[in-house]
Design a protein around this ligand. Structure first.
Ligand code: NCD
Length: 312
């Protein structure tokens, strides 16, 4: 029998069928099927970077599957005593969890960890590289509202250069047949973005990115990923909000049925006005709700056969 992939490190390289399979599994979980399938397994959440939604969502997902989540955060750990990433994960792995869910500031951290452990590895965000569970929950939310994503147009606006959410979404939505418009200030639109997917377009102007779009995903400026702090080529917060923020006036140019998404955390009044974030187009809390079912699907896909092996 063909062995299933053991890790989810990114969306790049996944086929449409694999993505849709995960989304269908998430829909089944949302409909109330299949809870409790991972009873007896331990899932360690290993967060070297701050998180609210992703960490709690993976914890709830593990619990709903009957698994036991263990939460580790860098603060208060032996990282403060100088222990390295690889020593930390090797020690965690020696306690035989079924999976670690890892978030780290270095691009490629999840892949590097996956080569050093026996357990499954789920990437919960590695630097500016990928955030696969976020892209899957975004695709789930878009599909629930729009149906098939074939020929739909999704604008992603903000700090494209430093956003793992933008990268994973470009791969995911492009693979599912959507046109992805990446939009932001020119200094945050590095060359080569078109290579992120079959249908990626680059839009330096918000107006053209929003025109006719079925959905728009607003992103936070990732100040923590900019070397040396604030990038002097960036406009001021107020200037940014005027040129690239989605306020009521820009939102009024959207198609009547267009949706507004945001992965969180929102900087209200910068990339997104409160009136839009909390308005009728917003599906931001649907994204959060759906994230639990998508993460259940990810853990189930990676681990349920392992459980069967262990039981045999
Ligand atoms: C994002 C992240 O951490 O990549 N948040 C999330 O996981 N929902 C986006 C961000 O931090 O701006």
């Amino acid at each position: 029998m063909e062995l299933k992939p053991r890790h989810l490190l990114g969306i790049e390289g996944l086929e449409a069928g694999e993505i849709l399979h995960l989304l269908d599994r998430a829909a089944a979980f949302k409909a109330g099927h299949g809870h409790g399938s991972l009873r007896g397994l331990v899932v360690v959440n290993l967060f070297f970077e701050a998180s609210t939604r992703t960490r709690v969502s993976f914890e709830i997902a593990a619990r709903r599957l009957g698994a036991d989540p263990v939460n580790w955060t860098a603060a208060g750990s032996s990282v403060s005593k100088g222990e390295t990433l690889f020593d930390t994960v090797r020690n965690i792995d020696a306690m035989r969890p079924a999976a670690v869910v890892i978030r780290h500031a270095a691009a490629g951290a999840a892949l590097a960890v996956s080569r050093r452990v026996r357990c499954s590895v789920v990437n919960a965000g590695d630097g500016a590289h990928e955030h696969p569970s976020q892209a899957l929950l975004d695709a789930f939310t878009l599909r629930a509202a729009l149906g098939s994503l074939e020929r739909k147009v999704v604008a992603i606006v903000g700090d494209i250069a430093h956003s793992r959410v933008a990268r994973s979404n470009a791969f995911c939505l492009g693979t599912l047949g959507a046109t992805v418009r990446l939009c932001g200030p020119p200094s945050l639109l590095p060359p080569g973005l078109e290579r992120l997917g079959p249908r990626v377009e680059v839009h330096p102007r918000l107006e053209s990115a929003l025109e006719g779009a079925d959905a728009v995903m607003m992103l936070r400026i990732q100040l923590e990923r900019q070397a040396g702090g604030h990038d002097p080529r960036l406009p001021s917060r107020r200037e940014y909000a005027r040129l690239y923020g989605l306020g009521p006036r820009a939102a009024a140019t959207l198609k009547p049925a267009a949706l507004v998404l945001h992965p969180g955390p929102i900087n209200r009044g910068v990339e997104l006005a409160s009136a839009v974030a909390d308005g009728p187009r917003s599906v931001i809390l649907d994204q959060v709700e759906n994230g639990v079912f998508v993460r259940m699907a990810i853990l189930h896909e990676l681990l349920h056969e392992r459980r069967a092996e262990g039981a045999a």
